[in-house]
Every structure is written in C-alpha cells, then in structure tokens.
Design a protein around this ligand. Sequence first.
Ligand code: NDP
Length: 316
Amino acid sequence: MTENNVEPELRSTIAVLGLGPMGRALAAAALTGGHPTVVWNRTPEKAQAFVAQGAVLAPTAADAVRGASIAVVCMINYGAVRASVADIADWPTGTLVNLSSGHAGEARAMAGWAAQRGISYLDGAILTPAPTVGTRAATILYSGPRSLFDRSRALLEAFGTSVYLGDDIGIGSAYEMALLDLFAMSVGGLAHAFALAIAEGIEPAAFARFAKGIGGLLPDMADRFADQLAVGRFPAEVSSIASAGSAVAHVSAAAAARGIDTTTLQAVQRIIGRAAAAGYGGDSYARLAQFLAEADHADASAELATPKPSLPQLSH
Ligand code: NDP
C-alpha cells in the first residue's frame, strides 16, 4: 500500500492487464507496493509511463501472466476481458483476479472458462474511484474459492481494503450491480434535479447547498429499508408510498411545464401506481423494494424497452 510498502519477502510479481484509468491506478499501486510489475494493454502506448517507472511491458496477456503470482485484469467489460485473456493457458502457479465490471452471470461464465483451462480464478469489484486505489480508502470486494483469496490476500492488499464475500463467484458482481443501480439512479436524479432548478432560474451553487441535504438522508434510509425488509413489516412512520407518488407527480408536472424530459419520473410513477394498486399505498417506501423484487415486471420492462415510434415510418 502507498502508506505501507511491503516487506521484501512479501514481494511477488503482479501482472496488470488493462490500463484504463482504473488499470493505471492498479499498476501504480503494484509498483508503489514494491512488487515486480508486468503490464499489458490492448493499446501498448498507455504502458509507457509504467515502463519508465520499472514495469515490464509484455507483448501479450499470456506473456504478462506467465511469471506472475496474480494477474489483475480491469477492463471495460467481460467481453474485452475474454478477448484479451483467450490465449492464457498452462499457468498453474498464478491466480487471475478479474476486477472488471459486469453482472453475476458473466462472472460465473468467466469462472467456467477459467476452470476449463485449469486457471485459478477470483472475481471482484472495485467500489471506490480510481484515485483511492493504493490506499485504505479503496474498497475492493472479492468472491471465489476461500483458499485462493487467502493465498492472494497479501498481494491484493497493495490495492486497498480487501473484503471477501464468499465462495459464490458471482456475489461480488451482484453487490456491484446493486450498488451501481443506486449510483446510476442517484446521479441521474441529481442531473435531472439540477436541470429543473436551472430551468426555474435557480443558481446551481444555491441549489447545491440544499441538494446535499437530500443526499444526506440516504444513509439512515438505507438502514431503515434494511430493518423493515428483514422483518417484512413496512409501517409508514415517515412517509407512505402514496405520498411519495404524489410528490413524484408534482415533480413530473413541474418538469413537463419546463419542457424537461419526464421519462424517468413517469417510470417511477408507474411502479408506484402498480404498488398502490396491489394494496401497498399505505406502506413505507421500503415496501416498494420488496414489491419490485417479488413481482414479475417483465411485461412492464418490455413496454419501456420498445418505445412506440413517435415519427412516421419511412416506406420503402
Ligand atoms: P474503461 O472502463 O474505459 O476500460 C478501459 C480499459 O478497457 C482499457 O484498458 C481498454 O484498452 C480496455 N478495453 C476496452 N475495450 C477493449 C477490447 N475490446 N479489448 C481489449 N481491451 C479493451 O476504464 P476504467 O479503467 O476506468 O475502468 C475499468 C473497469 O473498472 C470498468 O469495468 C469500470 O466499471 C471499473 N471501475 C472503474 C472505476 C473508475 O474510477 N475508473 C471505479 C470502479 C470500477 P485500450 O486502452 O486499448 O482502449
């Protein structure tokens, strides 16, 4: 780790495959940790800064992993990973640690691919931004065989705080997807809220002062959701689904009046409407999580995924 360079006896070769912003942070952390570091990237020019710092640039991913104890792969998606590591074979001494984003099914398929080739495989997810990597502030989830994690742990400490979730290889990705769901919807909401504020003539800085307060409500809400979901009771002590539905309707009308896209708000309204129609309008918002998890919403999602054409179709 940056603040804790490892003892010489713990140093071991680390390969880093993928040198986007996150891969570069991982390679920098490996070098800072004092580990012999081999890098590979589809676009090799991105490796130059690391070569200047003592890393070895391998011509292929298979060459990069050959003498490594662990190979950390961090790319845009599992498709890129599969394309890059396809040639790796006959590597009994190392562990492939895939920290690229993807869903649990992709992690399980990747583990199947590795098993067929006799490659030891851990999957994982990085929960914090690239600048945290190499410090204790970086949180990295790992899943897969416990023995592999234990064997790799000392090296993985170079990257941040390691959290082992269990031997289900897909569980790290499952956590990551649910957390990205929260992040994506929150950031989308933030952008939409700023758009509405700007359209109403509110200064962005003045709006930010109050927007931070809304974000600050989420930690306690997460605990309240977890408590209510654990016992399956949803008293609306703070606010009900029906009341939240009314608030969303106000916002939707305000956005429409300013000509701002209301698609996401309409989607939330539809979900709330279905929950209310099922008899949950008087329950707390946490009930919505259980409603979404239980109900078969395939039809509703398909309806959203295939919007009706709003323009006349060209005839051929
Ligand atoms: P990207 O998600 O843009 O990934 C860039 C890397 O993917 C580069 O090494 C790029 O190679 C490689 N790549 C893309 N397409 C292909 C392909 N078809 N074949 C081979 N390699 C390919 O950047 P990041 O480094 O930021 O992210 C990497 C992973 O880390 C992602 O899954 C991301 O979700 C995750 N992550 C990133 C965070 C961050 O702060 N950046 C935070 C948490 C997770 P090339 O250079 O040749 O284009």
